[in-house]
Design a binder for this molecule. Structure first.
Ligand code: DGL
Length: 300
């Protein structure tokens, strides 16, 4: 135990001491607090990029649970429990808002997380559905996502609440997330998998396809190659960033325009792989800390 304890990094110590949810107190300094964004891995970076574009003055603290990705094949109970752990970690950073930038976690854990913290929490399913409703003309929409998201029917429910007449065709694409997590989103293997997974949409008259997993925008050009330019690809990131702006302005906690933002990235798996994907996707070098859940849980 002594030898293991000496391996515990600064970040692990933070987690180790944060088993209780800490409530965030409102104060005048709240505007300078970061927005916490989480995902099972690198997928949430597609939301981060859009937040950096629309809200360049905001601080961001990000957690990608890369060691435990993918969440898609896991049971709802497991996904709720993993999401709660990540939220506990992020709440230690004293954020002003939490963004669950993972459709799988949004689909099953959004309400649980909302009821466990006293700061605003938003997910990505509602924004994705809103963006699709704005875009579709025919009212026939496709949704692709992880097994967990598709099985939950979260998109069908959200879309039908907005338009009861909408027709929805859903398909799980479980091979996409591992490709992106391994940084293979530009490979020939990725092209073959995207093609064989989506070719059936050729015979379905959709005019829009919701990328119902935040990892999928990494594959946008390949998806577009298979489906053709005439199908609108709906990425929830842009609408999610609009909704973040809306929530922060309603609460009057938008960061001051002259504020100097800082970005903190944490991941639970390979730090070098995360950093290289983040650098490529965000077009900037980011500092990444690794949190080793395995050692933490072993000690606990
Ligand atoms: N980015 C997550 C989502 O939006 C991927 C889930 C997974 O890890 O399978 O669903």
């Amino acid at each position: 135990l002594m030898r293991l304890s000496s391996c515990v990094s600064f970040e692990m110590n933070i987690f180790y001491s944060c088993m209780e949810l800490i409530k965030v107190e409102g104060s005048g300094a709240k505007v300078q607090k970061p927005i916490a964004i989480l995902d099972s891995g690198v997928g949430g970076l597609t939301v981060v990029k859009e937040v950096m574009r629309q809200l360049p003055q905001e601080r961001i603290v990000y957690f990608g649970d890369t060691a435990r990705a993918p969440y898609g094949p896991r049971s709802s109970r497991e996904v709720i429990s993993l999401t709660e752990q990540v939220v506990r970690f992020l709440v230690r950073m004293d954020p002003k808002m939490i963004v669950i930038a993972c459709n799988t976690a949004t689909a099953v854990a959004l309400e649980t997380i909302r009821s466990s913290v006293n700061i605003p929490v938003i997910g990505v399913v509602h924004p994705g559905a809103t963006a699709a409703i704005k875009k579709t003309v025919s009212g026939i929409v496709g949704v692709i996502g992880t097994e967990g998201t598709i099985h939950s029917k979260a998109y069908e429910k959200a879309l039908r609440e907005m338009d009861p007449h909408i027709k929805v065709y859903s398909k799980a694409c479980p091979l996409f997330v591992p490709l992106v997590e391994q940084g293979q989103y530009n490979s020939a293997k990725a092209r073959a998998i995207v093609h064989s997974s989506l070719v059936e949409f050729h015979s379905i008259p959709i005019d829009s396809l919701i990328l119902g997993c935040t990892h999928y925008p990494f594959l946008t050009s390949m998806i577009s190659e298979v489906l053709g330019e005439q199908i609108h690809l709906i990425n929830s990131a842009e609408e999610t960033a609009f909704q973040i702006t809306h929530v922060l302005s309603e609460e009057d906690i938008l960061a001051k325009v002259e504020a100097e933002p800082s970005f903190e990235f944490y991941c639970s798996g390979n730090k070098e792989l995360f950093s290289s994907i983040a650098k490529q996707w965000l077009n900037r070098t980011v500092k990444v800390h690794q949190v080793e859940w395995g050692i933490v849980q072993h000690i606990v």
